[in-house]
Design a protein around this ligand. Structure first.
Ligand SMILES: [Mn+2]
Length: 420
């Protein structure tokens, strides 16, 4: 599976339509940061907005769009192929290859970026440069776009600078069919990885050994992309939300929480499952596990366009309020936060916590996670169950519905044969 160039053409067209006349847009792919010696940080992921509009996965590239008197143009800037350099660092995309991926027909050597922009501006007809600075934040590390902006503003103080980040991320929030298919694929790979892990799990294993079974299944299928580093947390460590050390032992009687995902063509899966490492939930574990499942169903019961993330959280908390009081774990709803202390949903896409406007209700085409959890440190139990769902016209489709989730299904899954 790969993306068709028409997909990127259509996205660029939609972006350019939203830009005012007399404007230029420039998006950098970015470059891998220097690490040490003669090494940079690799693998390197290009800027996601750049990728969304071009499909080009290669660093040191840029996309240049112009709009003037109703006429638009597109130029892709890439590194000129250097046969000697390639003997060391591997193949670069040729102009023809880059063009057949992105659908941009005009190619320019990235070394000519300044002169290309200079030529455009020499006629005095452009008023605005849209430069993708990513999210505006004090904490943002300096990017190529920041460095370019500093030089550019000195040379062209009368040209306005604007950040197209909000425009592009609003587009990215609503997924098209190709993106839905990519995420479905990533979820399928993730399911196979989980199968491999669960069918090999035994008490006494290190968390990283469980992780290795997951990674093996991915790599065996040729998958090298993880959406994020897998979280494999047994016992009390599962109550630490972003635990990534994965170096503890999953003892007999422990529940193991895993939160992980493969990626496909840059698109993330984000799945959590919790299983008893010895293959059987204890009565107490099953009771708590079912309370989390019930909270998840409370969220599923209301998901459709117009509903907000806050609504999902309220539904989950209401469910916990009833059930945790019933088992005597809490006395009033304020105590829920002692055992459940995170949000219940985020967007999913090219970023695992995907971009888009905040505080807007779900719309058709959103892909979101649903992930209630329950963390009882004093009992050494952490549970999280997470599915990925697509918002439709009148409800949702659970994209990860075929990954076992009921306690009985999990136990049966663990008894199955490994796939490989
Ligand atoms: Mn998640």
């Amino acid at each position: 599976m790969s993306f068709k160039p028409s997909l990127f053409e259509e996205r660029r067209h939609r972006l350019i339509e939203q830009l005012p006349d007399r404007s230029i847009a420039l998006l950098f792919a970015g470059r891998a940061p220097y690490m040490s010696g003669d090494h940079a940080y690799h693998p390197f992921h290009v800027n996601r907005n750049f990728y969304y509009l071009t499909g080009i996965p290669q660093e040191n590239s840029a996309l240049l769009l112009t709009k003037l008197a109703g006429e638009t143009s597109e130029t892709l800037l890439t590194e000129r192929v250097d046969p000697v350099e390639e003997k060391w660092t591997g193949k670069r995309l040729t102009e023809t290859e880059a063009s057949s991926i992105s659908g941009v027909t005009k190619a320019v050597d990235i070394a000519e970026l300044e002169s290309t922009i200079g030529d455009l501006l020499s006629g005095g007809q452009y008023e605005t440069l849209y430069l993708d600075m990513e999210v505006d934040s004090w904490k943002q590390t300096e990017t190529e776009a920041h460095r370019f902006a500093a030089v550019f503003q000195k040379k062209y103080p009368t040209i306005a600078l604007r950040n197209p980040y909000a425009l592009i991320t609003r587009m990215r929030a609503i997924k098209d069919q190709a993106e839905i298919d990519a995420i479905r694929h990533a979820i399928g790979v993730t399911k196979n990885g989980l199968h491999h892990m669960l069918t090999h799990a035994k008490p006494g294993m290190k968390e990283y050994q469980l992780e290795a079974y997951f990674n093996f299944a991915l790599r065996y299928e040729g998958v090298s992309e993880h959406a994020f580093p897998p979280i494999i947390a047994a016992g009390e460590r599962a109550t630490i939300l972003h635990y990534v050390n994965n170096d503890g032992i999953a003892e007999d009687g422990d529940l193991v929480l895993c939160d992980l995902g493969a990626a496909h063509l840059g698109y993330s899966a984000d799945i959590s499952r919790t299983f008893p490492v010895n293959g059987t939930f204890s009565p107490r574990q099953r009771q708590l596990y079912n309370i989390v499942l019930k909270a998840m169903d409370a969220a599923f019961a209301i998901i459709r366009p117009g509903v907000t993330r806050a609504d999902l959280l309220s539904a989950v908390r209401a469910s916990y309020g009833r059930d945790l009081r019933e088992i005597g774990l809490i006395e009033n709803d304020d105590d829920i936060s002692r055992y459940f202390y995170h949000g219940v949903s985020h967007r999913l896409g090219l970023d695992t916590h995907d971009v888009g406007p905040d505080h807007v209700p779900f719309q058709k085409g959103d892909i979101i996670t649903v992930e209630p959890g329950l963390y009882i440190a004093e009992e050494g139990i952490g549970i999280r169950i997470e599915d990925d769902v697509l918002i439709t016209d009148d409800g949702f489709v659970n994209l990860s519905d075929d990954i076992p989730k009921q306690a009985d299904e999990i136990e049966a899954w663990m008894k199955m044969q490994p796939l490989m």
